[in-house]
Write a protein that binds this ligand. Structure first.
Ligand code: NAD
Length: 487
């Protein structure tokens, strides 16, 4: 099952290879089979990519926004036309079930390109009346931007970063996660085919050291990272030491609060989506499910019933609902958290094992897992697991649950299920989280800003907020009378 791309890197409109870089094996997580071997970028490749971006960006910034948008729009159409092929690449790279990658990965990138293609022409500065003289502001691009991706949504992340950057007139060098390097190359090809001038979107592969090399490069004006909190801290301090703009999309341990009056099946559906989709590898997952005492037992009973029916197995089978985790290291990490949950006294309500699946012996699977009787100080309730492990916590009152939900260093997302809408808005207003849902969970339409507070990050992706963060304001004062000089 080979998925070898033409070469490791895409720079200045073409594939390039430098076998001097560290080997980067691409492993299909369902079987452990090596499906491609790429190479990490050498300093030479990195320089070529930055130089290509630097050289191409000024002319791109001078093109009318509506014309830049037209190219992004064409790329969105190609993404949609190739959705089936892209979904297959994404499934082979990440292990996520094809029934997910067909609807959630390239389609999300396409939505993003389409949105920014249209939005950028309306995203302008303002005129400020000063009673005679006036001022105006210009939204100018930053220059060369760096995007660094995580492995859970590779093409979506590449789209969410490149679309607002390019729409605004910047160039980008993108480094995918070393675990999932394939689909960003496909996106680069698509941009070229859509007419994006060479050098504006470059892909270089590599581990953290390549990421750090990009972040520290003097030509780079902005960096946007999707990754863990420890990586975000390192990148932000390096970027800060050189006064670069930075957007940090980091991890979470988000609360999902279910009140007694919630629609039971919808709340359970939200909790399952917020814990088991993408085998639980979603930053905004609501992994602390607080259920009010009056509904708790019924909630758990139905949750377990529905969770046991999840079809786990061959990710390329359209009937499969859950594939493996991305790699062995992540599988081991999740297994160790399941052990920690048991040791700390939580009750394993279902799952918790590595399933044995015929034909997938080398696969990194873990059953969807529910712990009940979880208390606030257990490790499974405090640390990001990034796997299909849900913790159910019982609560009595509104003030109590708000305090407990906020008792975390993270602040990426939060959700509330209730039929009492005044309460829903009241509780959401108190929750320390950047992205929230009422009677839903984990929906991320491109029109809505996405990002975290506290340790979960800085800045936002999607929406007009992203255009603001890929641009800088220039303010211009215009005198219409004489200069009043006292000299
Ligand atoms: P990670 O932090 O290990 O790696 C993320 C990326 O950063 C990779 O491309 C990696 O090579 C690069 N990197 C590592 N060290 C670096 C350094 N010193 N300088 C520059 N780049 C460096 O994260 P991961 O394991 O790939 O992804 C999982 C994490 O990502 C989870 O914590 C998850 O919550 C988070 N995540 C957040 C969002 C969001 O939008 N908030 C979305 C998806 C994933």
């Amino acid at each position: 099952m080979r998925a070898q791309p033409t070469a490791s890197h895409y720079v200045n409109g073409r594939y390039i290879e430098d076998e001097g870089g560290a080997p980067l094996p691409v492993i299909y997580p369902a079987t452990g089979e090596t499906i491609a071997t790429l190479h990490s970028a050498t300093p030479n490749v990195l320089e070529l990519a930055i130089e290509a971006a630097r050289a191409a960006q000024p002319a791109w910034a001078c093109i009318k926004p509506v014309e830049r948008g037209r190219i992004l729009r064409r790329a969105a159409d190609i993404l949609r036309a190739r959705n089936a092929d892209l979904a297959r690449i994404e499934t082979l790279d990440t292990g996520k079930a094809i029934q997910e990658t067909l609807v959630a990965d390239a389609p999300s990138a396409a939505d993003c390109l389409e949105y920014f293609a249209g939005a950028v022409a309306t995203f302008n500065g303002e005129m400020i009346d000063l009673g005679g003289p006036f001022a105006y502001t210009r939204r100018e691009p930053l220059g060369v931007c760096v995007g660094i991706g995580a492995w859970n949504y590779p093409i979506q992340i590449a789209g969410w970063k490149s679309a607002p950057a390019l729409a605004m007139g910047n160039a980008m060098v993108f480094k995918p996660s070393e675990n999932t390097p394939l689909s960003a190359l496909a996106l680069a090809e698509i941009y070229s085919e859509a007419g994006l001038p060479d050098g504006l979107f470059n892909v270089v592969q590599g581990y953290g050291d390549v990421g750090a090399g990009l972040v520290g490069h003097d030509v780079v004006a902005k960096v946007s990272v999707t990754g863990s909190v420890p990586t975000g801290r390192k990148v932000l301090s390096l970027a800060g030491s050189k006064m670069k703009h930075a957007t940090m999309e980091l991890g979470g341990k988000s609360p999902l609060i279910v009140f007694d009056d919630a629609d039971l099946e919808n709340a359970i559906g939200g909790a399952m989506l917020g814990n088991f989709y993408s085998s639980g590898q979603i930053c905004s997952n609501g992994t602390r499910v607080f259920v009010q005492a009056g509904l708790h037992d019924r909630f758990v009973e139905r949750l377990v019933e529905r969770t046991k029916k999840i079809r786990i197995g061959d990710p390329l089978d359209p009937e499969t609902q859950m594939g493996p985790l991305v790699n062995k290291a992540q599988q081991d990490k999740v297994v160790s958290y399941i052990e920690a949950g048991k040791q700390d006294g939580a009750q394993l309500a279902c799952g918790g094992h590595v399933p044995s699946l015929q034909g997938f012996d080398g696969g990194c699977f873990i059953e969807p897992t529910v712990f009940t009787g979880v208390t606030d100080n257990m490790r499974i309730a405090r640390e990001e697991i990034f796997g299909p492990v849900m913790s159910v916590l019982k609560f009595d009152g509104e003030d109590e649950v708000i305090e407990r939900a906020n008792d975390t260093e993270f602040g990426l997302a939060a959700g509330v299920f209730t039929r009492d809408l005044p309460r829903a808005h009241r509780v959401i207003a108190e929750l320390q989280a950047g992205t929230c849902w009422i009677n839903a969970y984990n929906l991320t339409p491109v029109e809505m800003p996405f990002g975290g507070v506290k340790q979960s990050g800085i800045g936002r992706e999607n929406s007009l907020a992203a255009l603001a963060l890929y641009s800088q304001l220039k303010a211009v004062y215009v005198e219409t009378g004489d200069v009043a000089a006292p000299y």
